[in-house]
Write a protein that binds this ligand. Sequence first.
Ligand code: 1DF
Ligand code: MN
Length: 353
Amino acid sequence: MSIPTPAKVPYRRIATEEAFAPKEMLEIYNKILAKGNTDVGFANLMGFYMSSPSDRAKHIMRCLEDLDDIRLGHMNESGVDVQVIALTSPGVQIMDKETAVAFAPVANDILAEACKRHPTRFVGMITVAPQDPHAAAKEIERGVNKLGMHSVVINSHTHGEYLSDPKFWEIFEAAEANDTPIYLHPNSLPKDMIKPFLEAGLDGAVYGFGVETGLHALRIITAGVFDRFPKLRMVIGHMGEALPFWAYRLDYMHNATVKSKRYEAIKPTLRKPSDYLKSNFYITNSGVAWEPAIKFSQEFMGVDRVLYAMDYPYQYAPEEVGFLDNMKMSDADKLAFFQTNAEHVFKIPHAKP
Ligand code: 1DF
Ligand code: MN
């Protein structure tokens, strides 16, 4: 199929959930997979991409490893001006604590070098190892002050643990203090959750990822994280992992559950779940090039909180750029969606297209 030439448009297209995988990390993955007793979700997901002879797996591995001509070629042919790039899931979060703490800075240095080679095209997110919240906090500081990065990626749960646990909150403290939004990106499902998804083949990006990441964001909200860190900002992809669509029911049932004192874990929060979504979250349309969902989300979240993302290379679908260019939407709202919201959230210098 031939790829349509991207239209000339009065905005820069900044894609905000784009992935890479350095070969140094793939070597660590290979060692973990070779041991044989690793996490089921990881073995199923990365085992597939790293060994399947399918066109999809080969294409994705080739694109993930590249931070130069292959990636720039795809950006040029699809009309993406800037990629905001993060270490692909699960990244360091599948590793043991020592390996994760040691490898996160290596990955960040590799990405920072690529951003230096292509300063107008690449923007990096800081990878951290939640296994050691103190080291993660330090790496956020180093990422901001030494590498010039202004956002953090966390690939959802870490060995089945959620950031709603206060033992992780030093990470939130550092993110708030350094004004770095945290992109809460999907991971494969933890072992206690994966069975009914895996047996139906629905554990991956098709559905399981969204369910688990949405749950994670909601756990962070209901644990009172934003009452404790009111300036903390988070980003979630895939149309906010459907949470905007759930908002009304979440508010009603959260309130009912708090009042009934049914669960120790559900304590009162200062505001409704939807209030935190609207004031502490940004969402991206990664994987969802669908005008009605984007319009609904803009209406719910506000036009300045919905951002463009492609999810390269997992959803390298150049024709989707055209669908989005052609949305029936004011020029001002389209500029916010494709360009200026991302410039604000990721501190990317403003530039004309
Ligand atoms: C897939 C999608 C894999 C996403 C990912 O990480 C990933 C996939 C390994 O399609 O299998 O991050 N995603 O962001 O949608
Ligand atoms: Mn992604």
